[in-house]
Write a protein that binds this ligand. Structure first.
Ligand SMILES: Nc1ncnc2c1ncn2[C@@H]1O[C@H](COP(=O)(O)OP(=O)(O)O)[C@@H](O)[C@H]1O
Ligand SMILES: CC(=O)N[C@@H](CCC(=O)OP(=O)(O)O)C(=O)O
Length: 261
C-alpha cells in the first residue's frame, strides 16, 4: 500500500497537478492520497480579510480561519481532486479525518502558543484501519484533506504531513506501507537552490548535521521528523521526491531521497 502526500505548491500549479494526478491514477495496487493546500488557504484567507498567521510552520487557526480551511481543504481542493481522479478512471472517495471517524484528534493543548483549532492526532492505534481496508478491498482510493475532528463536534486543522505519517503507521499494522512525500523539488537538497544537489540517502546522523549547518530548514524539518517517526513505528519505506517523479518513486526505483534509520 502506498500513502502519498502532495504538497501545497504542486496543488497550486495546474500543469504540475494535472500530470501528478495522471501519474497517481496509473499507480497499481491500493493507495491513499493526502493533500495539504496551505498556500491556497492563505490566499483565500487574505482575500477575505483574514491575515494568515504561521508559527513554527503551523497555522494559528482561530474560528474564522477554521471556517476558511474547512472550506478550502475539505471542499474546494478535496472535491476537485476527486473529480479529476474520476476523470482518469481512479475511483476515489474524498474524506477528512472526521468521516468514518478515521482520524480521531484533540485540540492542541495550550503551552507557550495558542494554536487555536489545530488538531494533534490520537495514537495511530485509533485510526479506523478496518474502514480503510474495506475501501481498498472495493478498489476505492481515499483522498484525505488536512482536517481531523475532536469527537465533540469540532473540525480541527491538522498538518497534512502528520496526517500522512499517521495513516501510514496505522496501515502498516495490516499492510506493507510505503510513505511518499511529493513536492516541487527533486528531494531533500544539499543546497536548496540547486536541484542537482539531491541527497539520495538520509539517516538520522547526517540529518542532525545538515540541520545544524542550516542546509535543512523550515517545512522540511517537520517533514523529516515525521518520516523518521514513521519508520520507527513500522512503515517499510519513506521517500521524499518530486511530484513529477511519482511513478518512478512508486515503482521503487532510485529517485528522490530515501529516508532510513
Ligand atoms: N534541504 C532542503 N531541501 C529541500 N527543501 C527544503 C530544504 N530545506 C528546506 N526546504 C524547504 O522545505 C519546503 C518543503 O516543505 P513544505 O513547504 O512544508 O512542503 P509541502 O509543499 O510538502 O507542504 C521546500 O519548499 C523548501 O523551501
Ligand atoms: C495546522 C496546520 O498548519 N495545518 C496546515 C494544513 C495544510 C497543510 O499541511 O498544507 P501543506 O502540506 O500544503 O503545507 C495549514 O493550515 O497550513
Amino acid at each position: 500500500m502506498s500513502v502519498i502526500k502532495i504538497g501545497g505548491n504542486v496543488l497550486d500549479n495546474p500543469a504540475q497537478l494535472d500530470q501528478f494526478l495522471t501519474d497517481f491514477a496509473a499507480i497499481k495496487g491500493p493507495k491513499v492520497l493526502v493533500h495539504g493546500g496551505g498556500k491556497i488557504a492563505s490566499e483565500l484567507s487574505k482575500q477575505l480579510g483574514i491575515e494568515p498567521n504561521m508559527v513554527n510552520g503551523r497555522r494559528i487557526t482561530d474560528a474564522d480561519t477554521l471556517r476558511v480551511v474547512t472550506m478550502v481543504y475539505g471542499g474546494l481542493l478535496n472535491k476537485n481532486l476527486v473529480a479529476q481522479l474520476q476523470a482518469r478512471g481512479c475511483n476515489s472517495l474524498g474524506l477528512t479525518g472526521a468521516d468514518a471517524n478515521v482520524i480521531p484528534a484533540h485540540k492542541r493543548s495550550l503551552k507557550d502558543i495558542d494554536y487555536g483549532f489545530v488538531g494533534d492526532v490520537e495514537s495511530p492505534d485509533q485510526v479506523n484501519v478496518p474502514f480503510l481496508a474495506s475501501l481498498a478491498e472495493q478498489g476505492l482510493t481515499p483522498i484525505f484533506a488536512a482536517l481531523t475532528h475532536d469527537g465533540q463536534g469540532n473540525m480541527l486543522n491538522t498538518n497534512a504531513d502528520t496526517i500522512a505519517s499517521t495513516l501510514a503507521v496505522a496501515l502498516s499494522r495490516q499492510f506493507e506501507v510505503n510513505l511518499i512525500y511529493c513536492f516541487e523539488k527533486k528531494g531533500v537538497l544539499l543546497d536548496v537552490e540547486d536541484e542537482n544537489s539531491v541527497i539520495h540517502h538520509l539517516q538520522p546522523d547526517n540529518y542532525a548535521q545538515l540541520k545544524e549547518q542550516g542546509a535543512i530548514f523550515a517545512g522540511m524539518l517537520p517533514k523529516l521528523d515525521n518520516a523518521f517517526a514513521a519508520l520507527q513505528a513500522g512503515v517499510k519505506a519513506v521517500i521524499i521526491g518530486h511530484a513529477a517523479e511519482i511513478q518512478t518513486i512508486a515503482a521503487g526505483e532510485k529517485v528522490g531521497t530515501k529516508i532510513t534509520l
